[in-house]
Design a protein. Structure first.
Ligand code: HEM
Length: 438
């Protein structure tokens, strides 16, 4: 009988973080012979928007999207026939297309199967003579807060895969990055037709997880007090729920609208170290709500426990974020969500970014992988600027860049990368003009 208990989830989490063949065996022992649903016969029937995962993911009772529990971020360097600084060949494109379609045939696109997207960095596009069209806003990554000096992720590509079954993610890695093409011939019983290892080298491997119970079970790492304060019900280390449907952009609205990459999107990914000793020792629940949401929501008692009672909306209304300055003056502290929301609405009041952040214990320290999808990277930068709260710090002697300024006291940005997620039709080694790719 497969083990469906909390310990099985922990094995699946720990195995992904470790990686490799022994980790895959440990997963298989934990899941027994419980099958993973197979994917589609014809991957061309899948949505053109690679990042359009929501329709195939579960929803909670309030209608919020439930992300798969386990995430694998593979930062990749092009290493195919064109040479590491050269341009990819058509044969490389065919190999990559075949490898990606192998994943789609092998696993259902769902929480129980695998969802993924593949993005390309500005450094990847630099190898071509042509430039990206004006319809794509993809600047190189840069530091975006006054208080952090992140390492810039300038690898060529980022493949993010996610599943409730980390054995599927480990099997993808084992089959598609096998050395010299001598890896397994099948993936979940489906023939392997192309290998990622023929065209990419893994530069960095990062892992993540999300979901009630997982942070509590994995809090024995650096950055979290030893007495284990993370609530059992919390999907994230800071003890609250995030990603409410009403505070997320739709997938359609973050898609690039015009030009050859229409239907694609831009993805910013930050890796953020968390230092939560002070978070848990200095703040009551009410003070946490003040700093994470807004002092107004703390006063009204809007957020109970981890915030499940909020349903599908964080409660950060226009009235609240437009009054952020006054609230900061009144309370001497400013909330993370209210501050960020000031930059996170378009001219019609719609949410601009789709956030899909997950926790991590890579390097035995609590951290967060923070992918954000939006039409243009400049939109993310505007949201980050709003979250920085430089204007509020300047106007308010009680608030410092790292103190009482939302959650800045507890989070430290270690990496930043920018990627273009092309539409599926251009996902295999796109050229900047979108031409000449199969
Ligand atoms: C450990 C790190 C973080 C945690 C625990 C966290 C948590 C939260 C929570 C609980 C909310 C309110 C609920 C929601 O709307 O999802 C929120 C909102 C938000 N956060 Fe974060 N966040 C973190 C980092 C960041 C970073 C680095 C950014 C980058 C700019 C960011 C941007 C936002 C935005 C844009 C909103 C939505 C505001 C709105 O438009 O309503 N967050 N976050």
């Amino acid at each position: 009988m497969p083990d469906t208990s909390a310990s099985r989830r922990d094995v699946l989490k720990a195995a992904l973080a470790t990686g490799g063949a022994a980790a895959l065996s440990a997963c298989l022992e934990a899941v027994g012979d419980e099958p993973i649903p197979k994917g589609v016969d014809d991957p061309k029937t899948l949505p053109d928007r690679q990042f359009a995962w929501n329709d195939s993911l579960d929803r909670d009772e309030a209608g919020n999207v439930v992300l798969p529990e386990h995430h694998l971020f593979l930062y990749l360097t092009y290493d195919g026939e064109g040479g590491s600084d050269g341009t990819p060949t058509d044969a490389d494109r065919e190999r990559l297309t075949a490898a990606l379609r192998t994943i789609e045939r092998a696993y259902e696109r769902s929480n129980r199967g695998v969802v993924f997207d593949l993005g390309y960095s500005p450094a990847y596009f630099d190898r071509f003579e042509a430039s990206l069209p004006a319809s794509v806003d993809l600047p190189p990554p840069q530091g975006l807060t006054p208080v952090d000096t992140p390492t810039l992720d300038e690898q060529d590509a980022l493949l993010q895969l996610a599943s409730d079954r980390s054995d599927a993610l480990l099997a993808v890695e084992e089959a598609l990055f096998a050395d010299g093409g001598d890896g397994p011939e099948t993936l979940n019983g489906v023939a392997v037709r192309g290998r990622l290892g023929d065209v990419f080298r893994i530069d960095d491997r990062r892992t993540g997880f999300i979901g009630p119970g997982l942070p509590a079970a994995n809090q024995g790492v650096g950055g979290i007090p030893e007495d284990g304060p993370v609530p059992e019900a919390a999907p994230l280390f800071m003890g609250f729920k995030a990603g409410f449907a009403a505070n997320q952009a739709s997938e359609a609205s973050v898609a690039v609208e015009d030009g050859p990459f229409a239907g694609g999107t831009t993805k910013h990914v930050a890796r953020i170290r968390q230092q939560l000793d002070k978070w848990y020792t200095e703040n009551s629940h009410k003070e946490m709500v003040k700093k994470l949401f807004s002092p107004q929501l703390a006063e009204s008692g809007a957020v109970e426990g981890v915030g499940k009672n909020l349903g599908d909306d964080s409660g950060i209304t226009g009235d609240i974020y437009e009054a952020t300055d006054e609230t900061a003056d009144e309370f001497g502290v400013v909330g993370h969500a209210e501050k960020a929301a000031r930059g996170n609405r378009d001219s019609e009041g719609n949410v601009r970014t789709l956030r899909r952040h997950v926790e991590s214990t890579d390097n035995d320290n609590a951290s967060l992988h923070f992918p954000s999808y939006q039409q243009a990277i400049s939109e993310f930068e505007a949201v980050q600027e709003a979250m920085n709260g430089t204007d509020i710090v300047a106007d308010n002697p009680e608030i410092d860049p790292r103190v009482k300024n939302g959650i800045f006291r507890y989070i430290f940005v270690e990496n930043r990368g920018n990627f273009l997620i092309p539409p599926r039709s251009l996902r295999a080694f796109p050229t900047p003009t979108g031409a000449d790719t199969a």
